[in-house]
Ligand binder design. Structure first.
Ligand SMILES: Cc1cc2nc3c(=O)[nH]c(=O)nc-3n(C[C@H](O)[C@H](O)[C@H](O)COP(=O)(O)OP(=O)(O)OC[C@H]3O[C@@H](n4cnc5c(N)ncnc54)[C@H](O)[C@@H]3O)c2cc1C
Length: 318
């Protein structure tokens, strides 16, 4: 279901995941006209449930978002299917262009487009992403507890990831793949925790009817595993903001690229706000929803201040 996009809103929210919908919920309840334009590809779509979320533990991601859309609509907000291709300044705010040619103007924009997970080029890996190829112990650790898990190294933080996943299983293998061998200190930590280090490039992920069965190395050796963990390179979905002078930058953590914003969601460009994974690459559903709500409330306050200033001016002119 999609609502009809009007010509003008107080706020257009770009991206209808947990961040965008909670931002829109706050704005709609603040009696602002708001539209969420959503391309319908939330990051956790491949996962069977949202975990670590109080009150909605284990709910399928699509169900959670359907509830959120319904809640936004209950207060008069619009939720529109579509992909935003660009945005530019215009009279009184911004003009947002959709890829299908539609245009909408808004006094403020809230960008909640999330991120894309880039995975290493290993045959068979992408197909199992979000199922038995996982990245986050707090999202999936419980579900894969005690399984034979393999950590595919993708960067300097992979040893940390392995030591973390060790909390959920004692059967852990660390694949160096195309990364340098860990330092002596790191090797000591891994060995002390019973993590086996396997050197050499991975050729492909072997699967059977029940999912992953093992990891085939370039040497031909097969290492049996049921689950793989991999830290993706995270890329904020924000290329469409270029005309406004906003470009994603490298995150200080080295985890990927993000769109910087202050804790309230204010970006470097006045009137453009951002929240969720597009800003905070490591945020989970609960925290992106909170960030969206905060940005929504702050945008409302900014509009109240603008309207108050205009009213004072008009009042003085009487
Ligand atoms: C496999 C997997 C499992 C996960 N499991 C959990 C879990 O169990 N618990 C947990 O708390 N977190 C989990 N996460 C993290 C969770 O997915 C994110 O925290 C959350 O989705 C971020 O919400 P968001 O609103 O910032 O972005 P998203 O949920 O990604 O939503 C962004 C929305 O914006 C839309 N969009 C993007 N570009 C445009 C555009 N140009 N125009 C219009 N719309 C656009 C997208 O299509 C999408 O619908 C998991 C992540 C992954 C990858």
């Amino acid at each position: 279901m999609t609502d009809e996009l009007k010509d003008r809103y107080d706020v257009v929210v770009i991206g209808g995941g947990a961040a965008g919908l909670n931002g829109a919920l706050m704005l709609a309840r603040a009696r602002r006209s708001v539209a969420v334009v959503d391309a319908g590809e939330p990051r956790n779509a491949p996962a069977e449930g949202v975990h670590g979320l109080l009150g909605r533990e284990g709910m399928p991601p699509s169900e959670l978002l359907a509830l959120g859309r319904e809640e936004v609509r209950r207060y008069g907000g619009h939720v529109v299917s579509g992909a935003v291709g660009g945005a530019k300044r215009s009279e009184g705010g911004f003009t947002v262009s959709l890829e299908d040619g539609r245009e909408v103007t808004a006094r403020r924009i809230l960008v909640t487009t999330g991120l894309v997970d880039r995975l290493p080029e290993i045959a068979g890996l992408r197909e199992r992403w979000g199922k038995d190829v996982v990245h986050c112990p707090y999202c999936h650790g419980w579900e894969v507890r005690d399984e034979p898990i393999g950590v595919v190294a993708t960067g300097p933080m992979s040893v940390h990831g392995a030591l973390l996943f060790r909390q959920w299983t004692a059967d852990l293998v660390f694949f160096t793949h195309d990364q340098p061998r860990p330092s002596d200190e790191e090797v000591e930590k891994l060995e002390a925790r019973g993590v086996r280090i396997v050197d050499g490039a991975i050729e492909r992920v072997e699967t059977g009817p029940d999912g992953i069965t093992g990891v085939r190395l370039a040497s031909g050796e097969l290492v049996e595993r049921r689950v793989l963990t991999v830290a993706s390179k995270m890329e904020a979905r924000a290329g469409f903001l270029e005309d406004l002078g906003l470009v994603p930058v490298e995150h200080p953590s080295g985890m990927g690229v993000h769109l910087p914003a202050d804790p309230m969601g204010r970006t470097a460009v006045e009137g453009v706000w951002a929240a969720g994974n597009v800003v905070d690459l490591s945020a989970q559903v609960g925290s992106v929803a909170a960030a969206g709500a905060m940005a929504g409330a702050q945008i409302n306050m900014e509009l109240v201040n603008e309207e108050t200033a205009a009213a004072v001016e008009a009042h003085r002119a009487k």
